[in-house]
Design a protein around this ligand. Structure first.
Ligand code: NI
Length: 147
């Protein structure tokens, strides 16, 4: 079996039209060869949200847009964030206009818990938008959940 860092070569068959389209795309994106482009496509496919296990440790962001005039909402969002202080690494708050706020939470933890955090935020009245975006993190330490 090949060592982990060794490169394995394999052949890929596809029709010429698809190859031409692929070459055009990767040239536009600045790849110097097909291999690097295919590696990136594979990596991207492997981190698709539905590929991740709910018990997996992931890191990413939750982007929120909400109305800060909505009664009780700012303190409610603050309470939710405090109850997930283990998962929230950092936050950034931008005042978009006189009533809308954009917040970016940098999160890291077990996917299931981050889903719960995002869900709790999303269902609050006055929250226009809440979206979690994550990728897998190599985690060699023992992780325990906070349920
Ligand atoms: Ni604001």
């Amino acid at each position: 079996m090949a060592e982990r860092d060794e490169l394995t070569r394999f052949g890929v068959s596809m029709n010429q039209e698809l190859v031409d389209q692929f070459d055009k795309m990767i040239t536009e994106q600045g790849y110097s060869n097909r291999s690097e482009a295919i590696r990136d496509l594979v990596r991207k496919a492997l981190i698709e949200p539905n590929r991740l296990q709910l018990t997996e440790v992931v890191a990413g962001t939750i982007v929120i847009v909400y109305d800060h005039h909505s009664v009780g909402l700012p303190s409610c969002l603050m309470d939710i964030q405090h109850s997930f202080h283990h998962e929230i690494v950092s936050t950034m708050h931008v005042h978009l206009n006189d009533h809308q706020c954009l917040e970016i939470l940098v999160v890291r933890g077990i996917l299931k818990e981050l889903n719960q955090l995002c869900q709790q935020i999303q269902v609050q009245k006055g929250v226009f938008y809440a979206e979690l975006s994550v990728t897998h993190v190599d985690e060699h330490e023992t992780v325990h959940s906070h349920e």
